[in-house]
Design a protein around this ligand. Structure first.
Ligand code: SF4
Length: 146
């Protein structure tokens, strides 16, 4: 399984990773409908930190020993044995936010409308994630090792 790595020096903080992540996780996969019409509102699983002169994207690092998996009381957060990805089952999530509190990189987001966590699913492992594919500056890389 590949992971998404950040190239801080190449990030210009444009936010397109957030935009295309949100669209990828919408029902319509249409940028206008996703932003203007869909309810509940789709959630981006990438967040951008802008602290000049550096900016960078934060999304799940799919830790090998993931604190969120250990901390999750319901089993909603789990390690997928086949791929090694840390995935989330919203149907089991009770919105206690424990995983958010223990995540060492602050990569998990609240979906307040549905009261569940929203996290990177590596676009369900269907190749290069949308954030990587749509970064105009090569500031996100999808690869096996650092
Ligand atoms: S918010 Fe959901 S995924 Fe996170 S620890 Fe609680 S039940 Fe598990």
């Amino acid at each position: 399984m590949g992971k998404v790595y950040v190239v801080e020096e190449a990030c210009m903080g444009c936010g397109l990773c957030e935009v295309y992540c949100l669209v990828q996780h919408s029902s319509s996969r249409d940028i206008l409908k996703a932003y203007k019409r869909e309810r509940p509102r789709p959630i981006s699983r990438v967040r951008r930190e802008v602290a000049h002169p550096l900016s960078f994207a934060i999304q799940c690092r799919h830790c090998t020993e993931a604190p969120c998996v250990d901390a999750c009381l319901t089993g909603a957060m789990y390690l997928d044995e086949d791929t090694g990805a840390v995935l989330h089952d919203p149907s089991r999530c009770v919105g206690c936010w424990t995983c958010i509190m223990v995540c060492p990189v602050g990569a998990l987001n609240m979906d307040l409308e549905n009261r569940v966590v929203a996290k990177c699913d590596l676009c369900s492992l269907s190749g290069e994630p949308a954030c990587v594919a749509n970064c105009p500056n090569g500031a996100l890389e999808y690869r096996e090792e650092p």
